[in-house]
Design a protein around this ligand. Structure first.
Ligand code: EPU
Length: 424
């Protein structure tokens, strides 16, 4: 529903909510279901637009799926098509990893260049280079990559940058078949580790997923099974930052504190009281927080997906904070919008200086999922009413956002579409 979200701010968030399962863990597991003829069930899947987009693509390729409450049953007895066309791939970058799964299952595949969040260049060159390295022929023609398995996938892939999607791509390509591949400088994100657990359950040999070196040995055939994905650390981080920005007190259930070490450390440095157990986190905000500097990096560093949200929080903290992003150095689409709410921000040489003080409500627009998260946090902390357009981005990544915010005492409602939405 592309209707602006209205938030009346200055209400400290208070209460307890449950964190949803991780979108970025569910998506690769859904793609991995293409590797087996047997049925697979993913339990407790978040109802998000990105999940629906990937289901459309899987259905196109031959997957039959059914929802049973929040469980998603996926079954691909046969691959019906090996092409992932533009209209299905352009909506979400994560869909590019179906290429690896198609190569593993059928020996060929073609995938259009992906779309997704527009916060700077997000190439797929490392995916292509890695697939070529292990034994695929990959050609690009008219914006589509055509790939073929020339031999059983073997060898070592050394990534220049630890790419999440690239690591998942190679794991998917190798898990089914006679291949054996080692990935060096692999992405260590918990979502990669979760994919490793799922592939192991299906019958592949995966060692080291979640570390910088991953070894994968394929199986001739993979089985089925049930899987429960990890909690969404980015959603959890967004609510913690919202609690801090509104000087509230929030408890998150179904949250893994160890996946959020970098954020929790910064929030503690800022003066907030953090308590946690195995699967919960509580933040009690200090009334006088301190600023901090942050540089977003790959896991286990500070997550780039929380950089915009943390920037919104820092915009409420007196003093100067410096923010930069090594993963996406230009991920600053939220800056102009935060400025409309009174944030004092100046960007120079990819470093954002944030001078925090009181924010006020304004009409703003989200240009991607996490920029949307940032605007929500700023609006919650701001004096007066904010109208956030571009809510379709929020719906891609934050399950039941308004219900969760309201459970924490936030005052939110939906508006009539803004005039400019008519041109979308
Ligand atoms: N990169 C290349 N070439 C490639 C692939 C990546 O240069 O072929 C670069 C990227 O431009 C970036 C860095 O490598 O600078 C890391 O990108 P990565 O491949 O790790 O990102 P991704 O797999 O496309 C996932 C998440 C993103 C998250 C990034 C970084 C999913 C579905 N998406 O993307 O999440 O920002 O990792 O942590 O897992 C979101 O949820 O809002 C989101 C955008």
């Amino acid at each position: 529903m592309n209707v602006p979200l209205i938030i009346e701010g200055k209400q400290p968030l208070s209460g307890e909510i449950e964190v949803s399962p991780a979108k970025n863990a569910v998506l690769p597991v859904m793609v991995a279901s293409l590797l087996t003829k047997e049925p697979v069930t993913i339990e407790n899947v978040p109802r998000l637009r990105d999940i629906e987009v990937l289901l459309d693509l899987l259905a196109h390729l031959g997957t039959r799926y059914a929802w049973e409450g929040r469980s998603l049953h996926l079954h691909t007895p046969e691959i019906l098509r090996t092409d992932a066309p533009y209209e299905l791939v352009s909506k979400m970058r994560a869909s590019f990893i179906v290429l690896g799964a198609l190569l593993a299952r059928t020996g060929e595949g073609s995938v259009s260049m992906p779309g997704g969040c527009a916060f700077g260049p997000r190439p797929v060159d490392l995916h292509v280079k890695a697939l070529r390295k292990i034994g695929a022929e990959v050609n690009e023609e008219g914006g589509t990559f055509f790939a073929r398995r020339a031999r059983a996938f073997r060898g070592r892939v050394v990534f220049d940058i630890p790419t999440v999607g690239g690591t998942e791509q190679v794991m998917l390509a190798t898990a089914l078949g006679d291949g054996e591949v080692t990935i060096v400088n692999a992405a260590q994100e918990p979502e990669v580790e979760d994919l490793g657990r799922f592939l192991t359950m299906l019958g592949a040999t995966v060692v080291g997923a979640g570390t910088s070196q991953v070894y994968i040995r394929g199986a001739r055939a993979l089985g089925g099974g049930r899987h429960r994905v990890i909690p969404d650390r980015i959603e959890a981080g967004t609510y913690l930052l919202a609690a801090a920005a509104t000087r509230g007190r929030v408890t998150l259930q179904n949250a893994n504190p160890h996946h959020l070490d970098a954020l929790l450390d910064k929030l503690a440095e800022s003066g907030h009281r953090i308590l946690f157990g195995q699967d919960w986190i509580q933040l009690e905000a200090t009334a006088e927080p301190r600023p901090f500097n942050l540089e977003a990096r790959e896991y286990p560093g500070f997550p780039t997906d929380l950089q915009p949200v943390a920037t919104a929080y820092l915009a409420t903290v007196p003093g100067v904070s410096l923010v930069s992003d090594r993963v996406y150095p230009d991920r600053f689409t939220h800056v102009g919008e935060l400025a409309r709410m009174g944030a004092e921000l100046s960007l120079k040489d990819h470093v954002l200086a944030v001078r925090g003080h009181k924010l006020h409500g304004a009409e703003v627009r989200a240009f991607d999922i996490r920029a949307g998260g940032a605007l929500v946090v700023a609006a919650l902390a701001a004096e007066g009413e904010s109208v956030i357009a571009g809510t379709e981005h929020l719906e891609r990544g934050y399950e039941a956002l308004e219900a969760k915010l309201r459970a924490l005492g936030a005052r939110t409602r939906r508006a009539e579409p803004l005039v400019q939405d008519a041109a979308d």
